[in-house]
Write a protein that binds this ligand. Sequence first.
Ligand code: UDP
Length: 423
Amino acid sequence: MAANLIEKSAFIFILFSISLIILVETHIEEHEAEFCNGEAEEKCPETNSERLSEMKYRKERNTRWGHYLDKLEQALRDYEPYNATDCSCHTRDLAPWKKKGISQVLIQNAKERGTRYQIINHKLYRDPECMFPFRCSGVEYFILKLINKLPDMEFILNTRDWPQANKHWPPLPILSFSKTDQYWDIMYPAWTFWEGGPAISLYPTGIGRWDRQRTIITNVFTFLDDREAEKWPWEKKKPIAFFRGSRTSAERDPLVLMSRERPDLVDAQYTKNQAWRSEKDTLGATPAQEVPFEDHCHYKYLFNFRGVAASFRFKHLFLCKSLVFHVGDEWLEFFYPAMKPWVHYIPVRNDLEDVRDLIDFSKENEEIVKEIAERGFQFVWNHLKMEDIQCYWEKLLIDYAELLQYKPERDLKLVEVTPRKKT
Ligand code: UDP
């Protein structure tokens, strides 16, 4: 009798549990379906894939890599996709002058720190001498394309690598290509998007023509006739951390030294630059052969370091659809703030103490880091086109001109700059 009662109770309990499970599952399904209904539908693919990724990360949470997975999940949650119609991602550099504007005295004070430009009646003028003529013309290329849309203005443009307006002093309006948050400088898109970048033996006239580089590097993926699959898909890339460059900053040393100890893990070697005098400048080794950007795509993990200031290599690396390891976060170019650690690249400490761990993490979490590489590629491919650079220049200069507290008058000592013949 008692046994019969127990059997009955067990049966009722099982029935109850099954109904409960069915109820909960139905509720979850309904709830999930809501995300893909009506107006929300357009947002669904991204939302869904992010949620799927989150679930995947959650599953692997309790492993050795939980702390990185947490960071990644948080970064994805916080990430607000960049608004492609508004290329103003960093015009916040103009904030110090928002209240009082930019006076003529400030421009006078900044004059010695760069090249003076004027735009008057849709014509561009500048100091007769530019310290780095190709850098000036790399900038002028973009401004001249916009000239008919630009109001009268005057500005000081720094073509050195190093920013000029240190925050130890009151704000000075100087346009520079790169800075840290210790500087007031207003960032502009570097000359190297067109010309005037560093000359190495592979690029003897200097790195430039971003439009061409975009095509050259991404052609690594598909043969032109589209018959073949991608040429260097993730699966085919070597699972090695890769870096080639000169010793413009000693921050690169630990990776080069690691490469000598663990060539199975890292291939990082110093090349010659124009300042090379002896093997001391390549950390006691013979200078390595230079490697073109497109051949970086043979490797899964690509390293970016600051040089004297930000390195121009950063944007190129993403085009490989390899995973970018970005060392340090101080040195910026205008577009860096729109790219986020763990969303688009893996952040690495300046002293590289975490580098071994991060490489191991990447090797053990292939699917996850492949997604980071893909997002990095998509950002640079979609939001760093020549049109975007042009758009940024336009927004920057128009916003800048609105801050001027005086009407600039043509200075006859400046020379007119006109478009060069097509190359
Ligand atoms: N570079 C390259 N292949 C090499 C060495 C350098 O493409 O084998 C590129 C590098 O990516 C960078 C530029 O040449 O854009 C100058 O590199 P370097 O390391 O000399 O200076 P950086 O500007 O990075 O401080």
